[in-house]
Design a protein around this ligand. Structure first.
Ligand code: BGC
Length: 451
């Protein structure tokens, strides 16, 4: 049994599902620009048509209700709400206003995220997240969204996975804006944390009774060979960059000393100003945990080395496989890593409510006359729900689970080729077909138990 009131949901993100990238005064985002760069995204795919959710939102909400979802995690597109990063666009806000109303009408709790990677291009042109000014622009944007939706949304997250946005976007260059500047990535990470503090202030002001949180992509990190010093050191650096860079200032009010030393050559101390960390750590009500797999780290380079790396200061790390089954993303399936992660977070940061805000898998689904028989995804879902339940049994304050994703969608640099949805999307006709996993999930939700 899962606890009474356990939040059962599914997640999406604006750029990945909405489409309609020029509708109703939406400005350009860094992902529109990145998609236009030859070779950046598989198949030359772009944010059009995505799952055409901007136009099919009411039908999609009805489908969520039919599946019995209790909560929907979505993100607000900054370029729709403040075109050019500055001018308020009421028509863009209207869409989220209608979405929230529609969800509430169907008894589905809205869980908006303010930033899931679609920065207005004009702000990137002025330095993007490497420029501290973007933090102030984010505060204005958060204020607009909260002013409109703050009267009826009770759970907010500011950022989705700042690690990806900063290090994949500004160091490895495999995500928008496609920069390969390690110092900019470090500055971006700090500025996103600071912007989280601003977002939380807007939430407090407009929705004093609402919970304000952040979503991080966290990984249990292990040394491939615990006897090998290079592996142990590589694992320490990966854990510092991926997990503790964000967790520690947010929840313990300080950057970890080993990280500060690792990032000294990359200017962390130059971007942190007096009072910043206090603003970052001023109260986070909930932590969203996105879990896909763990990290098995080696200190020895693999054949991919030489490309720009997201692992600033640890460019030669590699992630040897252990012969486990893999998803279509090439990620090993490690459900026990979810239990381990949740238990460890609970131990390190007691008293903090946790939500799994993303967990899911891509598989090459096939639609037949009888639907989509996604056996592997269904097993992935079951094994990870079991893993989440084991954490509950160990006393972890886990309050909800959101499957990634409700719909097949634009999988960033992988384009439309990778399908994560509970619901299959035919991008030609935009026909929705709930997969076997969706029906399985619906049963778990209605019974509040996995049997
Ligand atoms: C992101 C999603 C993404 C998913 C699968 C997470 O990192 O928040 O936007 O689609 O993982 O890659």
């Amino acid at each position: 049994m899962f606890p009474d009131g356990f939040v059962w949901g599914a997640a999406t993100a604006s750029f990945q599902v909405e489409g309609s990238t020029t509708a109703d005064g939406r400005g350009r985002s860094i992902w529109d620009t990145f998609c236009a760069r030859p070779g950046a995204v598989a198949g030359g795919d772009t944010g059009e048509p995505a799952a055409d959710h901007y136009r099919r939102m009411s039908d999609d909400v009805r489908m969520m209700a039919e599946l019995g979802l209790r909560a929907y995690r979505f993100s607000v597109a900054w370029p729709r709400v403040r075109a050019g990063g500055r001018v308020v666009n009421e028509a863009g806000l209207d869409f989220y206003d209608r979405l929230v109303d529609e969800l509430l009408r169907h008894g589905i709790a809205p869980w908006p995220t303010l930033y899931h990677w679609d920065l207005p291009q004009e702000l990137e042109d002025r330095g993007g997240w490497a420029n501290r000014d973007t933090v102030h622009r984010f505060a204005e944007y958060a204020d607009s969204v909260l002013g409109r939706l703050g009267d009826r949304v009770w759970n907010w997250t500011t950022f989705n996975e700042p690690w990806c946005a900063a290090f994949l976007g500004y160091a490895a260059g495999v995500h928008a804006p496609g920069r390969t500047e390690p110092r900019a990535a470090v500055a971006a990470g700090h500025h996103m944390l600071l912007a989280h503090g601003q977002g939380r202030a807007a939430i407090r002001e407009h929705a004093p009774r609402a919970a304000a949180g952040i979503t991080l992509n966290l990984f249990p990190v292990r040394a491939n060979d615990p006897e090998d010093e290079a592996d142990v050191e590589a694992a320490r650096r990966v854990d510092a960059l991926q997990n503790r860079f964000f967790l520690e200032p947010l929840l313990r009010g300080a950057y970890p000393p080993d990280l500060v030393a690792d990032l000294e050559p990359f200017g962390l101390d130059e971007v942190v100003e007096d009072g910043d960390v206090a603003r970052i750590s001023a109260g986070t009500d909930l932590l969203g945990v996105n879990y896909y797999h763990d990290h098995n780290v080696s200190g020895r380079p693999d054949e991919g080395s030489g490309r720009p790396s997201p692992w600033v200061g640890a460019e030669h790390v590699s992630f040897p496989g252990r012969g486990l089954p893999r998803t279509d993303m090439g990620w090993e399936v490690v459900p026990e890593g979810l239990t381990e992660l949740l238990v460890e977070l609970h131990r390190r940061y007691p008293g903090l409510p946790l939500y799994v805000t993303e967990n899911g898998a891509a598989y090459p689904d096939v639609v037949t006359d009888s639907g989509v028989d996604d056996v592997e995804r269904t097993e992935f879902l079951e094994s990870h729900l079991r893993a989440a339940h084991r954490a509950l049994e160990q006393g972890v304050d886990l309050r909800g689970y959101f499957y990634w994703s409700l719909l097949d969608n634009f999988e960033w640099a992988e384009g439309y080729a990778k399908r994560f949805g509970l619901v299959h999307v035919d991008y030609g006709t935009q026909r929705r077909t709930p997969k076997r996993s969706a029906y399985r999930y619906a049963r778990v939700i209605s019974e509040n138990v996995l049997r």
